[in-house]
Design a protein around this ligand. Structure first.
Ligand code: PLP
Length: 438
């Protein structure tokens, strides 16, 4: 919406609150990832929309970095949470909602015989990596440049561009933040997405030391990148040949791209997978699961996976309500999301053509990527060569007009978005490109 949608006569409450936040919260924000919209203070959300502290409305395509697959405050989730508030929110012991949720997850992911729940995607990845190391007795992890698997020291590596990242054909493992021990680099080998010959070479050199190959089967963290036909199948065979555990990080793709994530979409079954975000519609619960013989290492704590808040009754009940909603009516929700996403992609591309903007849009629908180039990138290094500055300017201008997306050009769709939201967003993109940017 435009600035005129602000409640008239209202003080700039957002600015006042932002200033107070800066006094007491380090950096003025709760997570470093929120820097791109640091001056936004949200008062409430309902469906596909949020309202800031000034009463200004936004169509929300950020969805709290992806989890809000049903939108804000969906009735099914509110009801499940309300009931749990009455009957107890956590017990530090098994409960029925945990059982029902685990049954839903096992029936959703092809690779999952057994599952465990965590409180975040980062924890889920840590648990999967530990299991892979315990299972193989090896230490090294092969990961792909540009793929994000959470912010823990040992895997927050080669995610964003920095100096000394090496050639595109031979990317180097690089730390992402001061404070990471330099030694973690020693256990990471970096590969290039879709470059199977390169990975074969790496494995021929290091294969006997590689505990796990971890990847986002539908990479979205630097704009959506397609997987080359046959790439995942070949990786599957290579991991098996070298006795390495294949881990699909489905934290974004699971329950969004498809119920069973990339492993369902691409019919390739990993040994382990992680999931989170859309899985619980915004509640802090994620998880990992996979083949029985690997997961059974957790029996009797042979391998440790601990956590006070694991499998909390409230989070389990909420996630269960979300999964049931996603599975209802032959997955009508995901079909709706994909259809709207495709409509947004088509509308954006038409606007880019009409305005001559050097941009393009693509993606699987549930995630829409606008790229800072006229053609869809194939690699992470392609993405890095894009006009990021233009994307950032569009992001700010759209935000000003009441459309909230990721600064990198990503738009996440929820069950609560409708045709009007999509058409309004396409119109706003046109106005941004014709009135604000030029
Ligand atoms: N894995 C992927 C693919 C992600 O995109 C993210 C977060 O964006 C994570 C793991 C970490 O999840 P969380 O933020 O819940 O710790």
């Amino acid at each position: 919406m435009h600035d005129e949608t602000r409640v008239s006569g209202q003080q700039d409450r957002s600015a006042g609150l932002t200033a107070r936040l800066a006094n007491v919260l380090a950096g003025g924000m709760g997570s470093g990832g929120r820097y791109e919209h640091r001056d936004l203070v949200i008062a409430k959300g309902k469906g596909a929309h949020v309202e800031d502290a000034n009463g200004k409305r936004y169509i929300d395509y950020m969805l709290a970095f992806g989890p809000l697959i049903l939108g804000h405050a969906p009735r099914v989730l509110s009801e499940a949470v309300a009931q749990s508030l009455e009957t107890g929110i956590m017990f530090g012991a098994a409960c029925e909602s945990e059982l029902l949720l685990a049954e839903e997850v096992v029936s959703s992911f092809p690779c999952v015989d057994k599952v465990r729940f965590t409180n975040s995607g980062t924890e889920a990845v840590q648990s999967a990596l530990r299991l892979a190391r315990a299972y193989t007795g090896r230490d090294k992890i092969l990961k792909f440049e540009g793929h994000f698997h959470g912010w823990a020291d040992n895997i927050f590596i080669s995610v964003k561009p920095v100096a000394h990242m090496g050639l595109a054909s031979h990317p180097k493992a690089v730390l992402m933040t001061p404070g990471q021990p330099k030694s973690v680099i020693d256990d990471i080998v970096i590969a290039t997405w879709n470059d199977f010959p390169g990975i074969e070479q790496i494995m021929s050199r290091h294969g006997s030391e590689i505990a796990a190959i971890i990847l986002e089967p539908c990479p979205t963290n630097n704009g959506f990148l397609e997987v080359a036909p046959g790439f995942l199948e070949k990786l599957r065979a290579l991991a098996s040949a070298y006795g390495s555990v294949l881990i699909f990080d489905e934290v974004v793709s699971g329950f969004r791209m498809a119920l069973g994530g990339g492993q369902e979409l691409y019919a390739t079954v990993p040994d382990l997978c992680t999931f989170g975000k859309a899985f619980a519609g915004g509640l802090p619960i994620a998880g990992f699961g996979g083949r029985d013989d690997i997961m059974s290492l957790l029996v009797d704590n042979a391998v440790s996976h601990l956590g006070t808040y694991n499998s909390g009754a409230l989070s389990c009940a909420g996630a269960l309500a979300v999964l049931r909603e996603l599975k209802r009516d032959d997955q009508a929700v995901l079909k709706h999301i994909h259809r709207l996403g495709k409509e947004l992609i088509g509308g954006f591309n038409q606007v880019f053509q009409e305005t001559g903007a050097p941009l393009c849009a693509a993606g699987p629908g549930a995630v829409v990527s606008v790229y800072g180039s006229p053609t869809v990138p194939k690699t992470y290094r392609d993405v890095l060569s894009h006009n990021k500055e233009l994307l950032a300017r569009i992001h700010r201008a759209l935000l000003h007009r009441g459309v909230w997306s990721f600064a990198r050009g990503t738009f996440m769709i929820s069950a609560a978005h409708d045709e009007d939201d999509i058409q309004e967003t396409i119109q706003m993109m046109k106005r941004v490109l014709t009135e604000d940017i030029n």
